[in-house]
Design a protein around this ligand. Structure first.
Ligand code: MN
Length: 459
């Protein structure tokens, strides 16, 4: 039995934050967001809101590689006033770290986040200058029910209803975080998705889902599909895929979206895919950027490679050559890496966990995504927790992406990834955080070695 979310309580806290934001009539706002597609969508929603309100603002992106203390030191001014506000979107749930900082400041803080909070949190005892809006506290699922951008959109729209026109940004955030066909959305994510369709800000399409290269030819759509990853074609040679398509009398160069129904059905039967799914597209954009999943993935890639390109790309109608090259390179690597992982699996396995040390095999910027996509595609035993990563030069630590499957969570309701990270941090130190299904941690090498020995005790 799962408890139903407490919508009344959540909306009470949400509305209170909105009312306070409006009532304060701030002079200056600093907005800080997460460095992924969801975070970038949030950033643009808030920027649009602040622009419409004629407020002065600055924005920053936080990649969670330094502590909040160190990070905010560079941002918070020595002159403090309650005429200034800080808005955190898609991050800010590390309250044990943040509350002592916020308590000592005069600015008003708004945290709009959907990441899980630490256990030890005293919600009744928050500083008066903090409005903490996090639906996961009231029983919502931070991935399926409400993305960071969904929450941010709801907030911005409540403050200024005309923000609805920028609502398409929300779909990108939802797609980037949920990694699911749109028919799987629930709760607020679903409500907002339907609202955006009704407003004709996005289009909903039903069809064969091959997320990764749906903007491309059918040959590339099969080759570079990462959701689902196709064992038969993923990362395969062009020759094999072309031979397959020719045998069905389908021109490999046909655009995926221009296949007719009988061609789609032929492919579907061959791949033994029974269900069609829903995917979103953006009517005002063209090429890759028209496809919401691919658009979100591109932003996630750019967030690692070139954060300013990520921030500017979301405003573009068509993709730049630079971004297109990065995307192709990335999707080629990802499908090849998934192929490698699905065939040869070098790993260290305990009763409850799988450790994949991928340094030298997969570049660090791909670790997080390889971990996510290998779990959603069930390339590993879904009953175990996956730790994927290795030494990171930049930080001199072991960087691990930690993932578990929905199946795991159904059996171990109380021990999602975020809880496991909390336990590891308590026992071994390190920096990190995340959701029930996905998170990451940076540990010292000795701590990592202990982790491998003692993981079954922790889980
Ligand atoms: Mn998010």
């Amino acid at each position: 039995m799962t408890d139903l979310p407490n919508k009344t309580k959540f909306l009470e806290v949400f509305n209170n934050a909105v009312d306070n934001f409006i009532d304060h009539s701030f002079a200056y706002v600093i907005t800080i967001s997460h460095n992924d597609a969801d975070g970038i969508s949030c950033l643009h929603l808030i920027q649009n809101l602040l622009y419409k309100l004629h407020l002065n603002y600055d924005y920053f992106i936080y990649n969670r590689s330094s502590s909040w203390q160190n990070y905010l030191q560079g941002i918070l001014s020595s002159r403090q006033t309650d005429k200034n506000a800080l808005i955190f979107t898609d991050l800010g749930s590390n309250l044990n770290e943040l509350i002592p900082i916020i308590k000592n400041r005069k600015e008003i803080f708004f945290i709009l986040d959907h990441h899980e909070v630490e256990d030890s949190l005293e919600l009744d005892d928050l500083p008066e200058n903090l409005f903490f809006v996090n639906p996961t506290i009231y029983g919502y699922d931070g991935l399926e029910h409400i993305a960071g951008s969904t929450l941010t959109y709801m907030f911005a729209k409540k403050v200024k209803p005309s923000i609805i026109k920028q609502g398409w940004l929300t779909a990108i955030g939802i797609a980037g975080d949920s990694l699911k066909p749109m028919d799987k959305l629930q709760s607020f994510n679903r409500d907002i998705y339907e609202e955006l369709i009704d407003e004709e800000l996005i289009e909903d399409n039903e069809g064969l889902i091959l997320f990764g290269s749906m903007h491309d030819s059918i040959k590339n759509a099969l080759k570079y599909s990462i959701l689902p990853f196709l064992n038969r074609f993923g990362g395969e040679s062009d020759q094999n895929i072309e031979a397959f398509l020719n045998s069905l009398n389908i021109n490999p160069k046909t655009k995926f979206t221009e296949l007719n129904d009988s061609e789609t059905e032929l492919i579907q039967n061959e791949l033994a895919i029974n269900n069609l799914g829903h995917y979103a597209s953006l009517p005002q954009k063209s090429g890759l950027l028209k496809f919401v999943f691919e658009h979100a993935l591109l932003l996630n890639i750019l967030c690692f490679k070139n954060i300013s390109a990520a921030i500017s790309t979301i405003q573009l109608k068509s993709i730049t050559r630079y971004a297109k090259e990065l995307y192709s390179e990335y999707i080629q690597d990802l499908s090849r890496n998934l192929r490698t992982l699905s065939k040869e699996i070098p790993h260290f396995e305990t009763k409850k966990a799988i450790f994949m040390e991928v340094k030298g095999k997969i570049p660090p910027s791909n670790w997080s995504d390889i971990a996510s996509f290998s779990v959603v595609n069930e390339l590993f035993n879904p009953k175990k927790i996956l730790f994927l990563g290795g030494p990171e030069k930049k930080s001199g630590t072991i960087k691990l992406s930690i993932r578990c499957s929905r199946k795991y969570l159904e059996k171990n309701k109380t021990k999602g990834v975020n809880k496991i990270i909390t336990i590891i941090k308590k026992e071994l130190g390190g920096v990190g955080g995340g959701h029930k299904l996905a998170g990451g941690i940076r540990l010292s090498k000795p701590s990592y070695n202990i982790l491998k020995k003692r993981i079954d005790e922790f889980i």
